[in-house]
Design a protein around this ligand. Structure first.
Ligand code: 13P
Length: 238
């Protein structure tokens, strides 16, 4: 079971250090759960320092570029992340696809470069509300999954766009159906993302093809993030 907190554009270095210091020993209370936090680039180093060398909580970036270096203003490469002690990166989050021009092709390039450099990857997919209403969900997921490399260090996050930041969590049945479909195409673990809260976590995580969660809003509050990790530990031990 894997629980990753995507902080999005929240928490500067000061807040990140305080939060991760508090999170340090969480895995000991949540056996069977791999805990990951994904701070903004500028807070990665403070988060690694806050966790200290003993913690098993891992720090991932929210994005990574496909070149090692070059004239790519505003981007960060995999070797730069590794040098800091970052263990992985999210690629293809729907907010990057929507607002920053990421496509299946750039997602593929980012994922391949990250894996090649030695990072783990959380590759995000998910349909919009219009696509679901037009019964295009499977076609969209199949197209997005086709661009995602197969690798032991890669997990997929199914994040229906209509469920992100809306409070409209996918029902456990809807999530299970999508996850089973994704797994029929790709052998990776599949996390669910989209309005996961402490109250909804267990019912999603008990689904047979839901291997964990990518949590946005509820991951930036330490109490609710801890509650989700503890709920996951209960599911993992059942
Ligand atoms: P919310 O949990 O805020 O809906 O965000 C989900 C998400 O986008 C995680 O990457």
């Amino acid at each position: 079971m894997l629980i990753a907190g995507n902080w999005k554009m929240f928490k500067g270095a000061h807040e990140a250090r305080a939060f991760t210091t508090r999170l340090r020993h969480l895995p000991e209370r949540a056996p069977g759960v791999e805990v990951i936090v994904c701070p903004p680039f500028v807070s990665l180093e403070a988060s690694i320092q806050g966790l200290g060398s003993e913690s098993t909580v891992r720090v991932y970036a929210q994005n990574v570029h496909w070149e090692l270096e070059g004239a790519y203003t505003g981007e960060v490469s995999a070797p730069m992340l590794l040098e800091l002690g970052v263990k992985g990166a999210i690629v293809g989050h729907s907010e990057r696809r929507q607002h920053f021009g990421d496509t299946d092709e750039t997602v593929r390039r980012r994922a391949e470069a990250a894996l090649e450099a030695g990072l783990a990857v959380i590759a995000c997919i998910g349909e919009t509300e219009a696509e679901r209403e037009a019964e295009e969900t499977e076609a969209v997921l199949a197209r997005q999954v086709a661009a995602i490399p197969r690798h032991e260090r890669l997990v997929i996050a199914y994040e229906p766009v209509w469920a992100i930041g809306t409070g409209r969590t996918a029902s456990p049945e809807t999530a299970q159906e999508a996850h089973a479909f994704v797994k029929s195409l790709h052998p990776a673990l599949v996390l669910y993302g989209g309005s996961v809260k402490p109250e909804s976590a267990s019912s999603l995580l008990v689904q047979p093809d839901v291997d964990g969660a990518l949590v946005g809003g509820a991951s930036i509050d330490p109490t609710s993030f801890e509650a989700i990790c503890l709920a996951a530990a209960q599911v993992a031990s059942a």
